[in-house]
Ligand binder design. Structure first.
Ligand SMILES: [Zn+2]
Length: 609
């Protein structure tokens, strides 16, 4: 360890073995020699393959040019940073150098990072310090990049200290790399501090790195604020900040904003790369515009694992199970993309949302046996959900019993709520409840489900005991909210909203809607859970307020898009379906689990959610 730098998984620095390629001992290098001899060799930048490079390297050795630091440095650079390059070969050249300097170390650090070996990159640094070489403003950015790839905060902090000690506080590249590193390590505050310290030196990359840091932590509002700040600051946003802003738009359901970013992208860049295109697909599908997202997806000439995972999971959210499976099978057919863990989460959840039990079981086997993707708790969660929704409660329970990895909080909760939905097995529900308690998972919804089941079985004593336990533990449901976008601005409603400036009109409208719906046969649900949701400020009320607000403030016939953080209740589902018919509006609601698109009184989920 040098300079107190603790490295992860410390491998000792590999001592230089004897120089690998055979050197010609007779070759003598004079001061003028290299230049003359070099002129008869093809230039390095014309090399296109490793084979060509090896041949050229052999000629360098023959002429003794590889002993000249400048040429050796060029060889190293070409071999480690070219597309055709090889880090193993570059390492052998490096180890053969008599006296590698800062430039050579920088090349190796950078090459390792570029070739996906951040661990290896970090190992060069202590050796560099041991040799009394001064790191420069090319060393730190790549070391910090290695730390961000590893999410190695401790190492990042030490490298930050080293950079500060050497006076790189004002170096734009070092500071931008710091913002990036802190962002990737989830240290938003430190990222902000590094950003603030830059003052007037900030570049587009600094703004963009900070926006990405917020987006990674799900601080969507702040991310959009930064995006706006960046434009106010007179800087054109770059692709990377637009990607962060698209992701924020998707998560907030800010469709108009997302669409305007799409417009800006088309105006500012010719040809969008795969990351930007996938972000666009994700934004459109996430904001409920499935067909727009699919149109971009179909036009993409290149697609990667992320693209497929976005589309398959997106189709799953929209309840389009068959279509998701079709995209998956097209992907396998094209043979360009091996299915990975994330893609299979999408596939299994598509089966689950569409109630495709047999297909789901087949996919699960295929995942493990054919594609050798080890099932994660997430995959098991999808399988439990799939079985439980299909009413196969016993099978779901058996799968959980036999698989420790499947016994997660989410899976037990899913089983418990399926027991309630299928009016099934109280004993199984009790077992799920006990397991949740053992996992120390205390959620008001679980207690309510169990207590309702006791009540249905007329076990009033147990029902009361469960409720009391919930109250004793001080459990309350997360406050529900609904968001709706009107004229490019997001409006958030909570139940019994007392803050919205237009609340008077909104309440009046909600009251009128309810009366109108009553003529259509609507009666507010008397289900106990629904009543509690209303009383505790659940999603139901907030969603009704958001609908009233949208009806007041948008033009007749236009589509309404709502995002809510809770799972939609039955009452609210019926209510929204009726509004869509009576007021002739298409209403799209993204709840915690999936999309509901109401048209003419019918929801795309087919009342199955
Ligand atoms: Zn629905």
């Amino acid at each position: 360890m040098v300079g107190g730098l603790a490295l992860p998984h410390t491998q000792p620095f590999i001592p230089p073995p004897p120089p690998p390629p055979s050197r010609n001992p007779a070759s003598h290098v004079s001061e003028d020699g290299p230049r003359e001899q070099l002129s008869c060799l093809p230039p390095l930048h014309q090399v296109k393959t490793m084979e060509e490079f090896k041949k050229l390297h052999a000629r360098f050795i023959k002429l003794g040019l590889d002993r000249v630091p400048r040429h050796a440095g060029d060889l190293l650079l070409a071999c480690s940073l070219s597309e055709w390059g090889s880090m193993d070969y570059a390492r052998s050249i490096f180890l053969g150098l008599d006296d590698p300097g800062t430039f050579d170390f920088n090349t190796m650090i950078r090459g390792s990072v570029v070739h996906g070996d951040p661990q290896g990159a970090l190992l060069f640094y202590p050796e560099m310090l041991r040799r009394d070489l001064e790191p420069d403003n090319f060393t730190f950015p790549f070391l910090l990049k290695a730390c961000s790839q590893l999410s190695a905060l401790a190492q990042g902090l030490q490298i930050h200290g080293h950079a500060a000690k050497r006076g790189f506080q004002c170096d734009v590249f070092v500071q931008n790399s710091l913002i990036n590193m802190y962002g990737k390590c989830g240290e938003v505050e430190r990222a902000c501090r590094a950003f603030e310290q830059m003052g007037a030196c900030r570049t587009v990359a600094s703004w963009s790195a900070l926006a990405a840091a917020h987006s990674r932590m799900g601080l969507w509002g702040k991310c959009l604020e930064l995006f706006a700040g960046m434009t106010r600051d007179g800087r054109g946003a770059d692709e990377s900040s637009m990607v962060s802003a698209l992701s924020a738009s998707k998560n907030l359901g800010a469709y108009d904003l997302g669409r305007s970013i799409h417009g800006a992208l088309l105006r500012s860049f010719t040809g969008l790369n795969i990351v930007v295109q996938t972000s666009l697909v994700d934004m459109y599908i996430g904001c409920g515009c499935l067909e727009k997202g699919m149109a971009i997806f179909e036009m993409m000439s290149e697609k990667n694992a992320w693209t497929y995972s976005v589309v398959i999971s997106g189709l799953a959210m929209h309840g389009e199970g068959e279509r998701a499976l079709q995209v998956f099978s097209d992907m396998l057919h094209a043979g360009q993309q091996e299915p990975d863990e994330a893609i299979y989460v999408g596939v299994l959840s598509a089966c689950s949302h569409a109630g495709l039990l047999d297909e789901g079981l087949r996919c699960f086997d295929r995942m493990r046996l054919e594609h050798r993707v080890p099932p994660s708790p997430h995959h098991y969660g999808c399988m439990i959900d799939l079985m439980a929704r299909a009413g196969k409660l016993k099978e779901a329970y058996e799968l959980m019993e036999n698989t420790p990895a499947a016994q997660t909080e989410a899976a037990w909760r899913c089983l418990l709520s399926a027991c309630k939905t299928h009016r099934g097995d109280l004993e199984l529900a009790e077992r799920a409840g006990r397991n949740l308690k053992e996992l120390n998972a205390h959620n008001s919804g679980d207690y309510i489900n169990l207590s309702n089941m006791y009540a249905e079985a007329k076990r009033w004593g147990d029902a009361a005991r469960t409720r009391r336990e919930m109250v004793d533990r001080g459990l309350v449901q997360a406050p529900g909210y609904s968001r709706v976008e009107v004229k490019g601005k997001m409006h958030t409603f909570v139940s019994h909203d007392k803050w919205h400036p237009q609340r008077r009109e909104v309440y009046e409208m909600a009251y009128q809607i309810e009366w109108q719906l009553r003529f259509e046969g609507y009666t507010p649900s008397e289900d106990e859970e629904e009543r509690r949701r209303r009383m505790q400020g659940g999603g139901a009320e907030s969603q009704k307020l958001a609908i009233a607000f949208a009806l007041l403030n948008t033009r007749q016939g236009s589509r309404i898009r709502i995002i809510t953080n809770l799972r939609m209740g039955k009452d609210c589902h019926t209510y929204t379906a009726l509004v869509s018919r009576v007021f002739e509006r298409e209403i799209m609601v993204r709840d915690r689990n999936r999309f509901h698109c109401f048209r003419q009184g019918v929801c795309t989920c087919g009342d199955h959610w």
